[in-house]
Design a protein around this ligand. Structure first.
Ligand code: HEC
Length: 217
């Protein structure tokens, strides 16, 4: 009788222990997954940066090509082309790289541009970018290097982010500087009533190209 009782007690303890353990299980798994991603990012940082730069290459080239080609006609045409084509150029660049492999993991890619002062409200920064935007926007003109001052960050428990700073050149002033020509200014405010992207000087930080890598499920 005694042994049966103590057996029942032991069984009860075992059951209790397994309940406690299984209640903890999801938490343990989640935090170890987050930890894993951070460790994974650390050991694959260069691969993330190189892949992001490769994906951004055509986006940058196409944006610049469109801008230069249309500016030859007029700044007004360039504004219309930017408005119509900038989002499409980003979509195409993503379409060419829907999934990439880094380390032994597959990631889904998104990309675009963002800024502390946006012209197109669709380009507003999302949470994980905001601290970096704040830091870079306080830098003196020319105090960063777009090639080397790039950022790799854990953007969410299943997402890695890459940021590459954008510096303004003299040719950007036509549409983002202090004095924008009257007609052009009118056209820009008509297409972008909430425009914040003026008043910049050459060498200023304008924003980031961004790429995110989401763990493919
Ligand atoms: C002909 C006018 C024009 C010129 C010149 C121009 N931009 Fe823009 N820029 C625009 C327009 C229009 C948009 C909004 C595009 C959109 O709708 O996505 C824009 C958007 C941007 C954005 C995205 C963030 C935001 O504000 O929405 C960045 C970054 C940017 N421009 C940087 C530059 C840089 C750097 C240069 C010089 C190399 C430059 N631009 C030259 C018209 C111009």
């Amino acid at each position: 009788m005694k042994t049966i009782l103590s057996n029942i007690k032991t069984l009860g303890l075992l059951l209790l222990a397994s309940l406690v353990l299984s209640a903890c299980q999801p938490q343990i798994q989640e935090s170890s997954k987050e930890y894993d991603l951070e460790a994974f990012v650390k050991s694959n940082e260069e691969d993330f940066a190189k892949t992001a730069q490769r994906i951004l290459g055509p986006l940058k080239q196409n944006l610049m090509g469109t801008l230069m080609k249309e500016l030859e006609h007029s700044a007004e045409r360039a504004v219309s082309a930017c408005q119509l084509e900038a989002p499409g150029i980003a979509d195409r660049a993503r379409g060419e790289n829907p999934v990439v492999e880094i380390g032994d993991q597959l990631f889904q890619v998104e990309l675009g541009r963002t800024s502390h002062k946006v012209r197109n409200p669709d380009n507003r920064p999302v949470d994980w970018m905001k601290d970096y935007i704040a830091t870079f926007s306080e830098l003196e003109s020319g105090a960063f290097d777009p090639q080397s001052d790039t950022v790799i960050a854990v953007a969410a428990s299943d997402k890695v982010g890459y940021l590459e700073p954008i510096a303004l050149g003299p040719m950007c002033m036509t549409c983002h500087g202090d004095e924008i020509d009257g007609d052009l200014h009118q056209l820009i405010s008509q297409k972008y009533p909430e425009d914040e992207a003026t008043g910049f000087s050459p060498g200023d930080f304008r924003g980031f190209f961004w790429v995110t890598f989401e763990l493919a499920k």
